[in-house]
Ligand binder design. Structure first.
Ligand SMILES: C[S@@+](CC[C@H](N)C(=O)[O-])C[C@H]1O[C@@H](n2cnc3c(N)ncnc32)[C@H](O)[C@@H]1O
Length: 272
């Protein structure tokens, strides 16, 4: 019986690690499990649970946004009344579905991912949840897609300006044109491009809007000593995450807040 209980505990531990990977910075996995079991899973909508369970079978499942972070983002979206949103890095769609559920019925999510392959796995669940109409998924590397978006917005404003230039104050319009339209942007993709994303997103998010950068503590590696024995992939991206954190800390156009949830998420509220 005792051996059985030990086996069960060991299986539980193995399951926990397989499922959650390194998705917590908490000292104790038991504490993390407590948070999930007490506050997150009992409140998790059935469709999110389905997409989570589907994703756990995927070999890349540790990439999924953690359920406690998704719950946090969902609350944040409601607090700021977000309606027009963007997500960079969709994977199977767990954080995307959490966003789609949190915004109003006429809300929008521009969802960018380099591949549609994983999104297509989660899509039937998103459709069944009745929120697919809020999602505009675009496949491709996000950086050129953002550049195109900025070009399109500029072209629309230029047309408007041409039509209306006798009626409005040109200088005022010129200032307004980049003042962004997005209430919220969640970035959870290629870390080596985060600084490049920030250069674009700061134009696209509205003043008062929020950009959330995921993985900004990068498994705690941001404070690892130079001779630490880190995985090559972690080590390579750590420099980019540190560079981003430094850049955000001194950017006068935003207020920031580093949230120590999951792998760290930095919220940036545009103020200018
Ligand atoms: C950490 S996963 C996103 C997890 C997702 N937020 C979730 O809740 O499951 C990162 C995603 O970024 C995508 N990605 C990587 N590089 C990209 C790029 N250059 N442009 C767009 N998406 C990219 C990957 O295809 C992957 O789906």
């Amino acid at each position: 019986m005792a051996a059985n209980r030990e086996d069960q505990e060991e299986n539980k531990d193995r399951y926990f690690k397989a499922v959650h990977g390194n998705k917590t910075l908490l000292q104790s996995e038991k504490l993390y499990e407590y948070i999930l079991e007490t506050s997150v899973y009992p409140r998790e909508p059935q469709c999110l649970k389905e997409i989570r369970e589907l994703t756990f079978k995927h070999p890349l499942s540790p990439m999924m946004t953690s359920p406690d972070e998704a719950q946090f983002l969902s609350m944040l979206l409601k607090l700021i009344n977000a309606k027009n949103t963007m997500e960079i890095g969709v994977f199977t769609g767990y954080s995307l579905l959490a966003t789609a559920l949190a915004i109003p019925d006429d809300g929008k999510i521009l969802a960018l991912d380099i591949t549609k392959e994983h999104y297509e796995k989660g899509l039937p669940i998103i459709q069944k949840a009745g929120v697919a109409h809020k999602i505009d998924f675009r496949e491709g590397p996000a950086l050129p897609l953002l550049d195109q978006l900025i070009q399109d917005i500029t072209a629309i404003f230029n047309c408007l300006m041409y039509d209306q230039q006798r009626l409005i104050n040109y200088a005022k319009f010129e200032n307004e044109k980049y003042h962004g339209t997005f209430d919220f942007v969640f970035v959870d993709a290629d870390k080596d491009n985060y600084v490049n994303y920030h250069k674009r997103l700061i134009e696209l998010v509205k003043v008062g809007g929020v950009i959330g950068y995921d993985n900004t503590l990068w498994g705690g590696s941001v404070v690892a000593p130079p001779d630490a024995d880190l995985d090559e992939h972690i080590l390579y991206l750590r420099d980019f995450v540190q560079e981003l954190n430094k850049a955000l800390a001194v950017d006068p156009r935003i207020e920031i807040c580093q949230i120590s949830i999951a792998d760290g998420v930095t919220l940036c509220r545009r103020i200018g």
